[in-house]
Design a protein around this ligand. Structure first.
Ligand code: ATP
Ligand code: MG
Length: 382
């Protein structure tokens, strides 16, 4: 899929912006605080997900403006389509697809696919397991809508079990043990479905991300992914294994008034050369890890849906050395990519692409990159 036209009005610092990106690499460059990340964030909202920056909807509206408006024309399955999101100050968001109103922004999920890398995503390596669990769960939800129900069922039973553990902990009830058995049985059955879905996704991701990482590091380093669980998981996973672990840990769970083991505590282990990227990875290695994960995610989306997702790379080039940057640029072919940066000097090896200068929230196309032309142009003028 490809975006053919973008129109943005009163979105953060962007008062009015209209432009037509090319099918390949689009470079959005400009000084700090000009609106580059804001533009990426606006495009990301069309995937149906919330802003990757967090915060509430009204923060997205330009200060003192009554509403923010975004509209996108895109090509999918050979058909020209359009989508719009309007975010008013005082009422609910309005969303439409091909002029048909949708009930919510999340209803756009599955219509427009994208993957995004922004410096906030470094938390995937740097922060605690919760961020990685969310990354896995969101990625699986996009591909397997049934997983949404499995996950919410798991979380519901977990909440109920934890409430019961609290009652038992403070001696408020006497009927606990039998009721706990019922919850343990239900929880272990749902836990198996969650763990299996995550393990399947990780094995696909590990293969693709490992290959990309090797390429980025010029075969010098390897990245491996593992599903980490507090429950010792056998090859042939069964709910019985989880149930017996829950039973063994009942007293500890009651003492803590919480369920100490299960998918809600599990993690995605990211290692570089068999050492945890979180503790031992350099800035550039951590960045390369996330990039590999994100690009691998896009490969899996394409394999599963047949749609090539749009790649949004916000401020990705800093902290990558030249060889890593070159590898990245030369492995984005066939995809529509938006890359933001402060200067275009990073793109000297790029064969083709379109450059846009962004300043104080407005944008203008400055030039198209074309290798043949550039060979005759002094490098400084890029
Ligand atoms: P950098 O290179 O530092 O990452 P950037 O070009 O990505 O900069 P953005 O993060 O897009 O910059 O932010 C640009 C500006 O948008 C900031 O100065 C910020 O104050 C402003 N901004 C954020 N939200 C709003 C809003 N609701 N209304 C007006 N301006 C806003
Ligand atoms: Mg930025």
């Amino acid at each position: 899929m490809k975006i053919t036209r973008i129109e943005i009005e009163n979105y953060r610092n962007i008062e009015n912006m209209e432009f037509s990106p090319c099918d390949g690499v689009n470079i959005i460059y400009g000084d700090n605080a000009q609106g580059k990340t804001n533009l990426m964030e606006a495009l990301w909202l069309f995937t149906g997900a919330k802003s990757f920056r967090g915060g509430s909807d009204h923060e997205l509206i330009r200060f003192d403006a009554p509403a923010a408006r975004l509209s996108l024309q895109f090509e999918k399955d050979g058909r020209e389509q359009c989508a719009g999101i309007s975010i008013p100050q005082k009422s609910r968001k309005e969303v439409h697809l091909n002029f048909v109103p949708l009930p919510s922004q999340s209803a756009l999920a599955g219509e427009i696919y994208a993957v995004v890398f922004s410096p906030v995503h470094l938390s995937l390596v740097k922060d605690g397991p919760e961020v990685r669990r969310r990354f896995l769960d969101l990625a699986i939800c996009q591909l397997m809508p049934r997983y949404v129900d499995i996950l919410s069922r798991y979380n519901r039973i977990l909440r109920q079990r934890n409430a019961l553990l609290k009652e038992l902990r403070f001696g408020n009830i006497s009927y606990g043990p039998q009721t706990l058995e019922v919850f343990d049985d239900a929880l272990s059955k749902t836990a198996v479905s969650v763990i299996r879905a995550r393990q399947r996704y990780i094995s696909r991701l590990a293969q693709a991300a490992g290959d990309i990482y090797q390429g980025i590091s010029r075969e010098n380093e390897t990245m491996t992914l593992r599903y980490l669980s507090g429950i010792p998981l056998l090859e042939e996973l069964s709910s019985q294994q989880i149930l017996s672990h829950l039973r063994q840990n009942r007293q500890a769970d009651i003492a803590a008034a919480a369920t100490l083991y299960g998918p809600h505590r599990d993690d995605l282990g990211i290692d570089i050369d068999h050492n945890a990227a979180r503790s031992f990875g350099s800035q550039g290695q951590q960045r390369s890890c996330i990039l590999s994960l994100k690009l691998a995610e896009s490969i899996i989306i394409e394999e599963t849906t047949g749609q090539s997702p749009i790649i949004l790379l916000d401020d990705v080039m800093s902290e990558l050395d030249r060889s890593r940057r070159d590898y990245l640029l030369n492995h984005l072919q066939g995809k529509q990519v938006f890359i933001t940066c402060c200067e275009t000097a990073y793109f000297q090896t790029l064969e083709q692409g379109r450059c846009f200068l962004i300043g104080e929230g407005s944008i203008r196309q400055t030039f198209d990159l074309c290798r043949a032309q550039r060979d005759e142009t002094p490098q400084d003028s890029l």
